[in-house]
Design a protein around this ligand. Structure first.
Ligand code: SF4
Ligand code: SF4
Length: 372
């Protein structure tokens, strides 16, 4: 899988970030799915019926008094850890907002000023009633409530499974799209023959091989990593990476090379749409200028919110690699990875960076370095 859901034991902030990111990327795809659409509608109705049954039984009033006057609550800190990222994505698809930060230091992350911010809730949150409540309500009323909650939870389980199926389908589609993007640009390589020998394009098919390695090694976190191509040419590497990273930023010195980005991308978009593949997400930002120029780095920070220190992955096609390596060693974050394309048997070493591929370059062409 490219798009791995964060494990359950990861921090809630990471799961929220994942849910928001995948909501942005795939909400149209998911909401257009008839099964997801129908199940979400059924769920809203079922959740409303459960809630009405709780209100009719007087449980909501009891809990309100317990929370406001008696200082009791079932929503303690730590319960948010029960929530999977897909369950949070479900809440976004239901139109709920996820909180930015914890409202009550002793409370669950999702507990807001007016109660729980979620509609699709974990079985523990749906089912739990304390002894005081259970003892005070007739058993037939509790049984009726349990039945309604059971329906709510069954539908939620089906939504969860359907979304996971759809994400697997997106994963497959993304892989097919990435291959198509690589083939499209590889048919339009520049510089290997003819008068533009000084300007060379990355072989994207070979780059794809390396990206799989980077994902498996944890250097590229799909949907999370921030990518900077220093010398992006017509933006082809940025387009390829846009499917895999949160932001794909490129800098190119030659304005006329950069001018090729728009017409090429337009041609690519038409081709992808014609084949029902995914068009590149709206996370590509290309800049004209010198990658070493501090002023340009400031401009990028202003326009994208990303400073040099924020990027996780840097890339260059064997130009200025020594200067870029020195800049990365000096200014990049710890753990940042520098990919240098175009190497063969002789692999240079850079002061301040650890060579991760000492024996041979990945796919015979890319060396990886890391800032320790
Ligand atoms: S279920 Fe019981 S403990 Fe929890 S809020 Fe309601 S009354 Fe209080
Ligand atoms: S009901 Fe909502 S606020 Fe309470 S523990 Fe569950 S998720 Fe948290």
């Amino acid at each position: 899988m490219i798009f791995q859901e964060p494990p359950l034991d990861h921090p809630v902030e990471e799961k929220i970030q994942w849910a928001r990111h995948y909501y942005q990327l795939f909400k149209d795809f998911l909401l257009r799915d008839e099964a997801v659409h129908a199940l979400l509608n059924q769920f809203e109705k079922a959740a409303r019926l459960s809630r009405e049954a709780m209100e009719a039984a007087g449980i909501m009033d009891e809990c309100r008094v317990c929370e406001e006057d008696e200082g009791g609550s079932c929503c303690g800190a730590g319960l948010e850890n029960k929530y999977s990222a897909v369950l949070l994505l479900t809440n976004l698809l239901l139109g709920r907002q996820l909180p930015e930060k914890r409202f009550d230091p002793k409370g669950c992350f999702f507990l807001g000023r007016t109660g729980c911010s979620l509609l699709a809730r974990h079985v523990i949150c749906v089912n739990y009633l304390c002894k005081k409540i259970i003892d005070g309500i007739p058993s037939n009323v509790i049984a009726d409530l349990r039945e309604k909650e059971g329906t709510e939870l069954q539908i939620l389980f089906r939504i969860h499974e359907r979304i996971k199926d759809q994400l697997r389908a997106i994963d497959e589609k993304t892989k097919r799209t990435i291959e198509a993007v690589a083939r499209f640009y590889d048919h339009k390589m520049v510089g290997h023959l003819g008068p533009l020998g000084f300007r060379r394009s990355t072989d994207l098919t070979r780059l794809v091989e390396c990206l799989c390695h980077l994902i498996h090694q944890g250097f590229l976190l799909p949907g999370k990593s921030l990518f900077l191509d220093m010398g992006c040419g017509d933006g082809r590497v940025n387009v390829l990476l846009s499917y895999l990273v949160q932001s794909s930023i490129g800098i190119e010195l030659d304005e006329w090379t950069l001018d090729e980005y728009i017409p090429l991308k337009k041609e690519l978009d038409d081709l992808l749409q014609g084949r029902s593949l995914l068009i590149p997400p709206d996370n590509i930002h290309l800049f004209h200028g010198d990658s070493l120029d501090k002023g340009l780095q400031e401009t990028i920070l202003k326009k994208t919110g990303l400073g040099f220190h924020d990027f996780h992955l840097f890339y260059t096609y064997l130009t200025m690699h020594e200067e870029f390596a020195a800049l990365i060693a000096q200014k990049a974050r710890k753990g940042a990875v520098f990919m240098v394309y175009g190497l063969d048997k002789i692999i240079p070493r850079f002061k301040g960076l650890t060579l991760l591929t000492p024996d041979k370059p990945l796919a015979g062409v890319i060396a990886l370095y890391q800032k320790p």
